[in-house]
Design a protein around this ligand. Structure first.
Ligand code: SAM
Length: 315
């Protein structure tokens, strides 16, 4: 459906949990503790999916927290994939333990995977994720390529941490049929509020002038695609801070505790739980209203501090 600005809202990001097996330095605080008790159940998610599909959602990404910590992830994927209206179904994951579950997820109807990978150096990766195992990510990427699934790698650049590895990541897109996307640091954790740690997309283009713009494959995609001569994959720049893309945003977000959040960088949320067990008509009306009133633009700036951490909203 269209919001008050005429934007076509057809993309729903569903956060399945706030829980995560990692604590990336830019996402959440080291001492934060998450519980499962508020999470929407498979049955509740099914009810909500029916309504979202009726309102025009055709694209779904499952995220978190870490979606793989949900033991019923395969069932959730099967449920979402059972709606013929959903033409694009993907997950965003840190890929710790993805390789083993990929064949079942594929059979359940998963089409694409976005894998977060911030360093190709095992020690730095462990440090940035506070405990992650790089080998597990590499095995998962190989498994996804074997399964012929489209793979995108998300790299959040943090100056002083992984900005020396930009060239190595670009080489991955040169050599393999995968997309590597550099994401500008957004103000979520205390680290994310520091402007000086953000690496703007323009800096990458200045450093690697052989990258040339490639045609966007999806007009509402946040990434600006680039390529180089002989590249097997693409390099994407996601610049929410230096180049806002709010005017073409097509997204709605459902948090794992049942809040509909229409903008990552605005704290307004609509609690859907009170409406979940009432009439379908009311539920549709509440969701329709929230979508219609989607904020014009995010409020990220140097003084903004989100009320919830990224893992609590769903990245
Ligand atoms: N656990 C999964 C993962 O690691 O991909 C999914 C959830 S994670 C919150 C989703 C995405 O948000 C990841 O690609 C992550 O790198 C990104 N992210 C988290 N905090 C961020 C921040 N402060 N700025 C930019 N991207 C961030």
């Amino acid at each position: 459906m269209r919001d008050w600005m005429g934007r076509d809202i057809h993309y729903l990001r569903i956060s399945l949990t706030e829980r995560c097996n990692l604590k990336c330095i830019y996402c959440r605080e080291e001492t934060e503790y998450c519980q499962a008790k508020q999470e929407l159940s498979l049955m509740e998610l099914t009810r909500l999916m029916r309504v979202f599909v009726e309102l025009g959602i055709t694209k779904v990404r499952l995220t978190g927290g870490e979606p793989l910590v949900r033991k019923d992830l395969e069932q959730i994927v099967r449920m979402v994939a059972s709606f013929p209206e959903i033409r694009d179904l993907s997950i965003t994951t840190n890929a710790q333990g993805l390789a083993e579950r990929l064949p079942a997820l594929r059979r359940a109807g998963l089409q694409r995977v976005n894998i977060s990978l911030d360093s190709l150096d095992a020690a730095r990766y462990r440090c940035m994720t506070r405990g992650g195992d790089l080998n597990k990510v590499i095995n998962s990427i190989q498994a996804a390529v074997r399964e012929k699934m489209m793979v995108k790698i998300n790299v959040v650049l943090v100056r002083g941490e992984n900005d020396t590895e930009i060239g190595d990541f670009i080489a991955l897109a040169r050599d393999y049929p995968i997309d590597v996307r550099f994401i500008e640091l957004m103000p979520f954790s205390t680290l994310g509020t520091a402007d000086e740690r953000r690496v703007p997309g323009e800096e990458i283009l200045a450093q690697y002038p052989f990258l040339h713009p490639a045609a966007a494959r999806d007009p509402s995609q946040p990434a600006q695609d680039y390529s180089g001569n002989g590249f097997a994959g693409h390099v994407g720049l996601i610049n929410p801070i230096s180049h806002k893309f709010c005017s073409k945003c097509s997204r709605a977000r459902l948090t794992s505790d049942g809040k509909l959040r229409m903008c990552l960088g605005q704290d307004e949320e609509t609690d859907l739980r009170p409406w979940l067990y009432g009439s379908e008509e009311h539920l549709i009306q509440v969701i329709r209203d929230a979508i219609y009133h989607k904020p014009q633009a995010h409020g990220f700036c140097s003084t903004y501090h989100a009320a919830r951490a990224m893992n609590q909203i769903g990245g």
